[in-house]
Write a protein that binds this ligand. Sequence first.
Ligand code: AMP
Ligand code: MG
Length: 483
Amino acid sequence: MNKINWNFDNTYFNLSEPFREKINPSPVKKPEIILLNNDLAKLLNLDFSKISNSELSNIFSGNLLPAGSNSIAQAYAGHQFGHFTMLGDGRAILLGEHVSQSNKKYDIQFKGSGKTAFSRNGDGRAALGPMLREYIISEAMNALKIPTTRSLAVVKTGELIQREKALQGAILTRVASSHIRVGTFQYIAARQKNDELKTLLDYTIDRHYPEIKNSNNQALDLLNRLIERQCDLVVNWMRVGFIHGVMNTDNMTISGETIDYGPCAFMDTYDPKTVFSSIDQNGRYAYCNQPGITKWNLARFAECLIPFFERDQKKAIQIATETINDFEKKYEEKWMNMMRNKLGISGLDNKDKPLILDLLTWMHEKKADYTNTFCHLMNLDPKKEKIFEDSKFIDWKKRWKERLLKNDNNQIKSKELMKNNNPLVIPRNHKIEEALEAAELNDMEPINKILEILKNPYDKQSEIIDYQYPSKSSEKYQTFCGT
Ligand code: AMP
Ligand code: MG
């Protein structure tokens, strides 16, 4: 069975114990494919043209395993809300790495495919709503040009799973450049066997950072590269108002891709303290805390690598601390540049920071929509809202326009900068909910429509006004962990 051009390598499987458990997905009763990502399939050089829907349903449920795959559950640990726990793939199974024609490796993973050695008290299964939600948001993130795992398919299992009530079961096929997490390093480091840690270090460098293979201090170079990538990632999240919701160390990849779309959501009105997740009572993972948590997670990563920085442990700790403490400076610089891009300003001016902060303060005070405020600045505010007639805002705009005159690029470039950094449409919470509710009742049209619109978030599209505004309801939107 290899009609769709799978081309599996199994390098992670080959790491053997203790990195993974060998296990097959548990078959499901009545698989039915409901989403298939043809754009992503093209990138992977997969071919669905010679295959029936029922075969696809069997393939993407794990009922029919592809030739060449050695499926596994990966071991990892993690700090969850600050507390260290042994975890691992409790409801996910990695088929292996599919190698595309350009020789790129892609992890192909089923989420919701049955119990593993790491399931603890869980059933290894996933509900339809959260799997569709991950599909929508991860694909939206990709279109927003933010590094992310992707979604290839969703299959309904035809089985009910028990949560607070009985829910339809589903399996998501997730595609990632790898599933190596900060938590993977934590798991291996906790075993205190340096040869295992060296195996993971070598594997990771080989897979993600081959350019440092021959460096004198690979571990330090890896740390610096991860700081760079994660810093870029969180700046991107801040740019579009994305709130991950569970930035535990097991949910932070070494590739720098966004992973594990659970209670994540996009901010509507600008409020730095925004939290959507029902389990994040203290706002640990609030919008404004994301950079600080990124740094905290990177420090946990640095701790794992201490044996490799320097022979002398004291010196090694000092190196790690100094490297991590550079994060704020890096973040500030990247964040300022990102905000300059959103405002179409180029070159440096010492009044840029107050200009940016005053806009954010105004948005916060007036409860302005984060996305639409930037749309307004691009003259693309679809409803010409009253809020932008506020005198304070008009004064601010005068300052902004004066600053634009100091740009060291031309007007066209400045407009392009804004266009490339300010989405006109983001996954609005109520529109996602609407689409998920319809899908529960077998109506896939709203999901297909929202997926189509979110493919081009930076472009003008007709008839999307409904998708550009938050819900009118004053009820606070809450998200739940995707279990
Ligand atoms: P997550 O919240 O998705 O990042 O998952 C945290 C941990 O809980 C991971 O080790 C998951 O594999 C595990 N987990 C989540 N849901 C389930 C489930 N239904 N059955 C077994 N393990 C699960
Ligand atoms: Mg996770």
